[in-house]
Design a protein around this ligand. Structure first.
Ligand SMILES: [Zn+2]
Length: 123
């Protein structure tokens, strides 16, 4: 058994950040779900990312976390120290390489413009 392989409790191995699926549905709430790539997974949601839009329209990353069933499962397999180290790196990689921030920003600006246009039309 490989020492540093992260596995979902469903049996799916997650070699690196690129294996995860992201769910952007909660964009307006500033939340992205991190999903297991196995479509038959009974957990599905392995973690989440939270962000907010500041007054200048910039996206600020708040927090990223994996849920306990996922991290505990790996901690018992490859020790907690190794799990924390790898999962932290996964979160960094997801945030930096996997999330399409440009797309999210575009969606947010669109919403802002729509809101801005309304009062102008009424005059
Ligand atoms: Zn899974």
């Amino acid at each position: 058994m490989s020492k540093s392989e992260i596995q979902c409790p469903c049996g799916q191995y997650i070699e690196d950040y690129s294996k995860y699926l992201l769910l952007h549905l909660k964009k307006e709430m500033g939340e992205i779900d991190i999903l297991c790539p196995n479509e038959f997974c009974y957990l599905r949601e392995l973690g989440f990312l939270k962000f907010h839009i500041d007054t200048t329209g910039k996206i600020k990353f708040d927090v990223g976390r994996f849920y306990a069933p996922y991290s505990t499962w790996n901690a018992t397999r490859i020790t907690e120290e190794t799990t924390v180290k790898i999962l932290k790196q996964h979160l960094v990689d997801i945030t930096e390489k996997l999330v399409d921030w440009a797309k999210i920003r575009k969606g947010v600006f669109k919403t802002k413009e729509e809101i801005k246009e309304k009062p102008e039309v009424s005059t």
